[in-house]
Design a binder for this molecule. Structure first.
Ligand SMILES: Nc1ncnc2c1ncn2[C@@H]1O[C@H](COP(=O)(O)OP(=O)(O)OP(=O)(O)O)[C@@H](O)[C@H]1O
Ligand SMILES: [Mg+2]
Length: 261
């Protein structure tokens, strides 16, 4: 049983030591990684996914339950406790969505599991995050960017069902972010998001700050931020509504801003 994953510090792009020596992620934690473009966010989650052992360019190491990761985590895909959803996803498979998920469910789960039920649960999860539903008979390659991202998040959470899920920038895909976090919190896992989105950063339990390849701080939301987060949510809802109106060919009016700005 995986209960924690630990990052032991390495060094930044210029070789300077990281300010935070050790971070322990506990089961159930929802964590954001924030920092400017190029500051090393993707590199950090790649270190986690690789179970870095001090030999990656950052010099970081990763422990599972406080110990060196078991060799089979790396060597046997069925034993890997980590699912990574990368920043740029393109599909090579042109299978229909339903077939793809069914095949994946067969590989990942033991025989006792009802494959069709898992596939349905995965599609239901994904379709709560998308604007237009994913149809099981459409080809994987026909899905939009947002639909693909939603399907991968659902697949990682339900079919792979790994205890650790890493997500590189969920927001760019235009999926329903608050809903995604609510759904994910119903599954007890360690979720680590790279994000540029204040709403996601404020919805997570704590956030890791990156600068020039270094982890420079770990911040927990304070009282003032929790208050701000209500307003951020309202502003973000307003922007989402305006974006949707534009998408559906409607005109914006200044009435929309009343009461919010
Ligand atoms: N600790 C480090 N030591 C050496 N090189 C690093 C380190 N961290 C990041 N880099 C390098 O810096 C570059 C940018 O890093 P990365 O892609 O992780 O940034 P990012 O924060 O994910 O940016 P974006 O927001 O654009 O996705 C990469 O080439 C990466 O290899
Ligand atoms: Mg990146």
């Amino acid at each position: 049983m995986i209960e924690s994953i630990t990052i032991l510090s390495g060094h930044g792009k210029k070789g300077d030591n990281e300010a935070v020596e050790r971070i322990d992620f506990k089961m159930g934690d929802v964590v954001s990684i924030v920092g400017p473009t190029g500051s090393g966010k993707t590199t950090l989650i790649n270190d986690i996914e690789l179970f870095a052992d001090g030999t990656t360019p950052t010099g970081r190491s990763v422990l599972i339950n406080g110990l060196l990761p078991l060799p089979e985590y790396r060597d046997n895909p069925a034993c890997n406790p980590i699912a990574l959803i990368t920043q740029h996803t393109t599909f090579l498979s042109d299978l229909p969505v339903g077939d793809f998920l069914r095949a994946h469910a067969r590989i990942r789960s033991n025989v006792a599991v009802d494959g069709d039920k898992l596939v349905q649960q995965t599609l239901d999860f994904a379709n709560q995050l998308t604007g237009e539903p994913i149809i099981p008979t459409s080809q994987m390659t026909e899905l939009s960017g947002g639909q693909t991202r939603a399907l991968l998040i659902a697949d990682a959470t339900i079919i792979c069902n790994t205890p650790i899920v890493l997500l590189d920038e969920v927001e760019n895909a235009g999926i329903h972010r608050t809903r995604a976090l609510e759904l994910l919190r119903m599954h007890k896992k360690i979720f680590i998001f790279v994000t540029h989105d204040p709403r996601i950063a404020l919805l997570s339990d704590y956030r890791i700050i990156m600068k020039q390849g270094c982890i420079t701080d770990v911040l927990y939301a304070n009282e003032e931020e929790r208050e701000c987060s209500v307003k951020v949510r309202r502003l973000d809802d307003l922007l989402t509504k305006m974006r949707d109106k534009l998408r559906f060919g409607e005109r914006l009016t200044s009435k929309e801003l009343e009461g919010v700005l």
